[in-house]
Design a protein around this ligand. Structure first.
Ligand code: PNS
Length: 165
């Protein structure tokens, strides 16, 4: 057995991080020696993020400060290239519903086509987060819905502020 640390990347937009993301990251941190939360920072993407990558990373770092083997970093290259640069052995993603399964199947096959050495690992969302997404949270918050149980406390204020603008 290799003694190299087993590193996983947990990629996403995290715009912003939700309690559902924290659930997946926490569980991944128990399976791997190191978890790098990889935050998409790509201007080529169709929709503009609400928060800058720096802000999204700050939110993640505060939310995961108690997890010693977790850190957050931006990336703007192919996910598999980023994973290789970091020496990762796996890409970890959360799965909520059948719709995620369809999208993630496609992404997994594409990533596997590019890098067959990287394993994609899926963690099923805990039931209480099976409906939760960053876009859903933003939609609720825009119309004044209560998001206090869906995002960390330190995200709730900035989220309301950003959406009010
Ligand atoms: O659904 P999300 O949170 O926007 O997912 C982002 C990500 C990077 C996990 C998803 O787009 C993906 O799996 N992409 C693989 C293809 C790739 O490498 N894209 C480059 C992104 S900079």
């Amino acid at each position: 057995m290799s003694t190299e640390p087993r590193i996983a990347v947990c990629p996403g937009s995290y715009d912003p991080i939700t309690n559902g993301h924290i659930d997946i990251i926490t569980r991944a941190s128990k399976l791997f020696d190191e978890v790098i939360v990889a935050v998409v920072n790509a201007s080529v993407r169709k929709s503009k993020a609400l928060f800058t990558a720096e802000r999204r990373i700050d939110f993640i770092e505060e939310a995961t400060a108690h997890l010693d083997n977790v850190r957050a970093e931006p990336f703007d290259v192919l996910l598999v290239d980023f994973a290789h640069q970091k020496g990762a052995v796996a890409i970890v993603k959360g799965l909520r519903a059948i719709s995620d399964f369809e999208y993630e199947t496609e992404m997994t096959q594409l990533n596997r086509h590019l890098a067959s050495d990287l394993e994609s690992v899926f963690i099923m969302a805990s039931p209480q987060y099976s409906f939760l997404s960053s876009s859903g949270v933003k939609e609720l918050a825009i119309f004044g819905g209560d998001v206090s149980e869906l995002v960390p406390k330190h995200v709730e204020g900035p989220l309301k502020e950003a959406l009010a603008r």
